[in-house]
Design a binder for this molecule. Sequence first.
Ligand SMILES: *Cc1c(COP(=O)(O)O)cnc(C)c1O
Length: 241
Amino acid sequence: MKSTLQENLTQINNRIREACQRASRNRNEVRLLLATKTVEAERVQQVLDLGESLIGENKVQELKEKCSLYKNPTPEVHFIGHLQSNKIKEVIKWANCIESIDRLSLAEKLNNRLEFEQRKIDIFIQVNTSYEESKFGVAPEKAIDLIRSVSALKNLNIKGLMTIGLFSAEPEKVRKCFQLLKKIQVEAKALQIPGVALDELSMGMSGDLEIAIEEGATIVRVGTAIFGKRIHPDSYYWNEA
Ligand SMILES: *Cc1c(COP(=O)(O)O)cnc(C)c1O
C-alpha cells in the first residue's frame, strides 16, 4: 500500500509536471525543494528514499540536528530561513546553499568566515516582493544594488533570487510578486556583473507553485502539501530568534 507521504509526493510531482506543460517548460527546469521545518528526520528520509534530493531548513537548530542523520546519498541542503549573523558558522557546516541573503552586513560576515575557512558557498538574494513588514528580504528597488555589492565578495557565488510572495486568495496579486522577482532577474542579468550567474528563481510553495512555475520558477519549495500541517504559524519561522 502506498503511504500518505508517497501519495502526497506523487500529487506534487503531478502538479509540477502539469504546470510545466501548461507553461511550455521542460519538467527538468524545475526542482522540488522539500521544506522540512518541524518534520522529523525519519519522515524526511522516507521522502528522500522515494527519490527526492533537495531539502530546505529554516532554523539552524533543526539543520544541525537532522542533517547528520540522513543516509547516503545525502540530500543537497539549502538554508531558507532568516539568518542571524551569530549562526553563520553553524549554518555553513551543513548547508550547501543559503537562499536568504538579504543584507550586505550578513553577506560580509558570511564571506569573512568562508575566507577564513578557505571555501566558497552558493547563495541566493532574498527579495521582499510583497512589501510586507512581516517578511524578510531586500526591498525590490534595492535588490540590484545588493547584488552588485555582494558580487564583490569572492567567497560567495550568487546563483539566483528567492522570494516568499504574498499569501492571498487572489492569484493575480501573488503572480505580481513572482513577476517582480523575474523582472529583477532580467534587469540584473542584463548588467552582466562579473561572477553573477543568477539563473535560479526560488519561488512558489504548496499553495501557489503553479503560478510560480508559469512565471519562471526553477525551484519550488513545498512543505505542507507533502508533510501535512505544522503546529506553528509560518510567522514563527520567519521571525527573528
Ligand atoms: C515553510 C516554507 C515553505 C513551504 O511552505 P508550504 O506552504 O508549507 O509549502 C517555503 N519557503 C519557506 C521560506 C518556508 O519557510
